[in-house]
Design a protein around this ligand. Sequence first.
Ligand code: AMP
Length: 130
Amino acid sequence: MPVDATQPYDDQNIFARILRGEIPSKTVYEDEHTLAFHDIAPWSPTHLLVIPKGAYVSWDDFSARASDAEIAGFVRAVGHVARAAGLVEPGYRLLANTGAHSHQEVPHLHVHILAGRPLGPMLAQNDGRS
Ligand code: AMP
């Protein structure tokens, strides 16, 4: 069920449960503000998720309410995770689905890092109209 990016934060969402240690994750990085782990159903040979530790539904929520320290920490962590995974030279794609039209499924902000093969055009092809 796609997420409404303006909905209140649901602390039972799957990433909140990962942050509380109730569900395991294959963690690749953690710091004060951020956790990064492997996506459970990868779309590319490397598919990582980076999430803030704070309770933010979406990119919209995070960019409006997070502190400067959280935002700076999160952005630096995304870059660090990609560098540490050796993705800079071959290249990678960042994706942050926000709200129903994007098909966001988990109502806790997450940035996807997709890499490991040529990723093709930015969006799935449709009937030629935007
Ligand atoms: P989105 O559609 O942008 O909300 O993406 C949600 C992502 O979370 C999907 O790529 C799922 O495969 C991933 N996901 C769901 N549950 C887990 C989990 N327990 N551990 C890791 N990734 C998960």
